[in-house]
Design a protein around this ligand. Sequence first.
Ligand code: SF4
Ligand code: SF4
Length: 119
Amino acid sequence: MSLPGKLLPEALKTLGKDRATVSYPKNKRTLPDRFRGAVEFDPDPCTGCGMCERHCAADAIVVGTDDDGNVTWEYDVAKCMFCGQCEESCPTDAIVMGKDFELADSDRESFEESYTFER
Ligand code: SF4
Ligand code: SF4
């Protein structure tokens, strides 16, 4: 069978059906409830316990203290695998998996987030 002869029946099958694609980025699909994008961090409930750092297989989170004894919390989204383990491990719900997935940037430093706060 020639190629047009194969394609025509397939094309006819789609007539009257909804489009399977959207015109991204103009139109966007609704993300599933369990979609995991970049980590969102809230320093208020964070105790600086370091569980998120210990359980992150990608070394994307670093927790420490600065010279003044403040807690430092750093996240590198370029290393993150979006596995959700840090959210599972955090005992105070200071971490949630967000919905942001449009993370491309030409500036390496824009992938890094850091917080310094007293405890
Ligand atoms: S989602 Fe996974 S890879 Fe990303 S920071 Fe959390 S534990 Fe690490
Ligand atoms: S974000 Fe959660 S697990 Fe990580 S240091 Fe803070 S309290 Fe501990």
